[in-house]
Design a protein around this ligand. Structure first.
Ligand SMILES: C[S@@+](CC[C@H](N)C(=O)[O-])C[C@H]1O[C@@H](n2cnc3c(N)ncnc32)[C@H](O)[C@@H]1O
Length: 159
């Protein structure tokens, strides 16, 4: 299975980098994992609604340029569908059973994902109603992907 995580902006915090590197290492025996960062647009406080849409659109174009047609895309979105970890693990397992072995996760920038990216996505997944910082979201997501493999292999990691 090939897993790709596309996110916006450069990861700055050392503690997040270390956490993500740890899960990347753990995942390497289950799948090929690729983390892609696309440049973010400056988004100062005083942007108009149109300017905010413009930021999302530009970041969205960069995200879309990294997605191939064969990829099954999960857009991370607060308003998406919530799953339990078990449901999420089963869903990903089913995708591979039905021949979808390229799975891509997309995390938006500070203003979220553009309508074009949401439209391209095959599904939207929510990690709850709380807004998580987009950089922290990467760590939360990669841990859940690792958890998927642990659940599917019957490991006691998942209790
Ligand atoms: C700071 S949030 C963007 C907030 C923006 N107001 C929105 O509604 O998308 C940055 C990104 O992190 C991801 N994200 C944050 N919280 C999330 C949650 N609870 N569930 C799923 N994705 C989340 C989404 O991809 C979002 O685009």
């Amino acid at each position: 299975m090939n897993i790709k995580i596309i996110s916006v902006g450069k990861l700055k915090e050392k503690y997040l980098k270390q956490g993500i590197a740890e899960y990347e290492k753990r995942l390497s025996r289950f799948c090929k994992i690729k983390l892609i960062e696309v440049p973010d647009e400056k988004a100062p406080e005083n942007l108009s609604a149109a300017e905010m849409e413009n930021v999302k659109q530009k970041e969205g174009e960069r995200i879309l340029s990294k997605i191939k047609e064969k990829e099954y895309v999960y857009a991370l979105a607060i308003e998406g569908k919530q799953r339990s970890s078990e449901e999420f693990a089963k869903e990903v397992q089913n995708l591979t059973t039905y021949g979808k072995s390229d799975i891509t996760f997309v995390i938006g920038g500070s203003l979220g994902l553009s309508p074009a990216v949401l439209q391209r996505a095959d599904t939207k997944i929510s990690f709850g109603k709380l807004t998580l910082p987009h950089q922290l979201m990467r760590l939360v997501l990669i841990e859940q992907i690792y958890r998927n493999f642990m659940i599917n292999s019957g490991s006691p990691y998942h209790k």
